[in-house]
Design a binder for this molecule. Structure first.
Ligand SMILES: O=C1O[C@H](COP(=O)(O)O)[C@@H](O)[C@H](O)[C@H]1O
Length: 247
């Protein structure tokens, strides 16, 4: 007899068009995910002598960052950038740049080339052009994109009820990044757009906790992606997308 929660896991797995890898704890997930990321980066290093990893902020990826930082890769040839950033200075505790520099770009990974999204521009919209120019210089498609998800269904900074969401999720947009002001979270943000994120060779949604699995279930049942932006990834069979989940 399944517990109600095991029932949710079964339901989500059945409804997803993409694989869901579930782990009994975060440590096991982090070991498996670190192997997957480093294997994909290594393949690109072997083929092109460079690789690009896109990571998200938030609390979920911290144990992953710590593990990945010690991996034996030619990090000097790895570009690291962000799926999204809050428009705050690097010394602000909410800065994703600060998070990545202190948690991922340490040990061996300190040799990686980091491309941040926050620019010295006076305001966020003036910063978008130089952000876009920096992103264009990265080899595309990206090798690995690690996404997180909020319980409102946002991923990267593709938030529900923002004026730029429609364009951010549009497969036809030629924009690489956009600004937004989430109504439910602090700070203006820069986000990479759906076409740029989803075209990566490997897109991974890394989530932890029963609440995030319930959010995924809600997103699968949602009527449209504007309510739950993560749905854009869930409903696209053409992308190489995998969910990693642990309690
Ligand atoms: O605001 C954000 O939240 C999500 C999820 O964060 P978490 O703390 O629940 O892991 C994150 O993926 C996104 O990059 C960030 O800007």
């Amino acid at each position: 007899m399944k517990t109600p929660f095991e029932q949710v896991l079964t339901d989500v797995t059945a409804k997803l068009q993409h694989p869901l890898l579930s782990f009994s704890d975060s440590e096991k997930l982090v070991i498996a995910l670190t192997d997957t990321i480093s294997d994909t980066l290594q393949m690109s290093l072997n083929a092109r002598n460079q690789a690009t990893l896109v990571v998200s902020g938030g609390s979920t990826p911290i144990p992953l960052f710590k593990k990945l930082a010690a991996y034996d890769l030619n990090w000097a040839n790895v570009n690291v950038t962000l799926a999204d950033e809050r428009w705050v200075d690097e010394n602000h505790d909410d800065s994703n740049t600060q998070l990545v520099k202190t948690q991922l770009l340490q040990k061996r990974a300190s040799a990686a080339r980091f491309i941040g999204l926050k620019t010295p521009a006076v305001d966020i919209d003036s910063g978008l052009d130089s952000c876009s120019t920096a992103l264009k210089q990265l080899p595309q498609p990206f090798d690995v994109v690690i996404l997180g998800m909020g319980n409102d269904g946002h991923t990267a900074s593709l938030f529900p009820n923002t004026t730029t969401l429609k364009e951010g999720l549009s497969p036809a947009t030629d924009k690489l990044c956009l600004s937004c002001q989430p109504p439910t979270a602090p700070h203006q943000r820069i986000t990479l757009t759906y076409p740029l994120l989803s075209s990566a060779k490997q897109v991974i949604l890394h989530i932890a906790g029963e609440d995030k699995l319930l959010t995924l279930q809600k997103a699968l049942a949602a009527k449209n992606q504007a309510d739950m932006p993560i749905r854009a990834f869930l409903q696209d069979p053409s992308i190489n997308f995998v969910v990693y989940w642990s309690p």
